[in-house]
Design a protein around this ligand. Structure first.
Ligand code: IPD
Length: 282
């Protein structure tokens, strides 16, 4: 497992160097995917190609699933799950909160509840940080330039809703966003504050580092959460769907320290169940 974590670290570090150093001046949208808001740049594709080619060379028996279309079955039971740029809109606008997320999972990453992360790394080029974990090995943050010692990560022990600094994100579908906006509008006056930083993998690492108390989002794909969710659980946190014990999925991902997780997931369930308070996200 140490070997897999080291490879995830090395892959994410190399791709982070590519997207930071190779960012073209006047970067533009190359094309869109699920909706007009779901943008892809040339660097999303170059980063995925770099990751895919290295994994194919170094781990030829493993599968690969990438946000930009890579889908290669393997024979080892392990699949690399890649978000070559998480927070593409941040990257497009040259805002700092984008990342490269690399995870290796056991089981089928296309089916929630069937995959479990074994190791992962989330590299944030703009801050020079890389968050990483392996199953049973704890979660740490290191410097991308290799300086200093890795620092252990731990979630916060906040309990009450009013003290939770809450991160969330929004889907690329304008209609789905209407439901998400109602949900966050209900929560906003009742929590400490809300942050929308623009990259789900980084939001999860911020939970692990205690930089926010909790995170929830509906509509996440497996590549958004595979590495970050391991970083959270290895930092002592809980990651689930709407109910504790349910796997995180496109329907809902909730991540926090154990106490805040129980508080927040209860509130989210109430919002989804009672449509007079809000509308469930699609
Ligand atoms: C997106 C980001 C964003 C989240 C979206 C994701 P992408 O990933 O993580 O924060 O709100 O749900 O799709 O498309 O930039 O890789």
């Amino acid at each position: 497992m140490q070997e897999l974590e080291d490879l995830a670290l090395s892959l994410a570090t190399e791709a982070a160097g590519l997207i930071l150093g190779g960012r073209p001046g006047g970067l533009r949208v190359d094309h869109t995917k699920s909706t007009d808001l779901d943008v892809v740049t040339v660097m999303d594709e170059r980063s995925e190609a770099l990751l895919r080619d290295r994994i194919a060379r170094e781990r030829p028996d493993d599968g690969i699933l990438g946000e930009e279309g890579t889908s290669r079955p393997g024979t080892s039971g392990l699949t690399w799950v890649l978000d070559p740029i998480d927070g593409t809109v941040n990257y497009l606008y040259d805002l700092p909160g984008y990342a490269v997320s690399v995870a290796v999972v056991e089981g089928d990453p296309a089916t929630p509840g069937v995959w479990t992360p074994v190791a992962g790394a989330v590299a944030v080029p703009a801050t020079g940080e890389i968050f990483h974990a392996r199953r049973g090995g704890g979660a740490r943050v290191s410097r991308l330039d290799g300086t200093g010692e890795p620092q252990s990560l731990a979630v916060t022990d906040v309990t009450d809703l009013g003290s939770i600094l809450l991160a969330t994100g929004f889907a690329y579908d304008r209609e789905v966003r209407t439901g998400q906006a109602r949900m966050v509008a209900d929560l906003l006056p009742r929590v400490r504050d809300v942050r929308r930083l623009g990259a789900a993998a980084v939001d999860l690492c911020h939970v692990a580092a205690g930089r926010v108390d909790a995170y929830y989002e509906s509509g996440c794909h497996v590549w958004d959460i595979a590495a970050g969710s391991l970083v959270v659980t290895e930092a002592g946190g809980v990651v689930s769907g709407l109910r504790e014990g349910e796997p995180a999925s496109r329907a809902m991902t909730v991540a926090a320290g154990p106490a805040a997780h129980a508080t927040l997931s209860g509130e989210l369930r109430a919002l989804v169940v009672d449509p007079t308070r809000t509308q469930p996200p699609g």
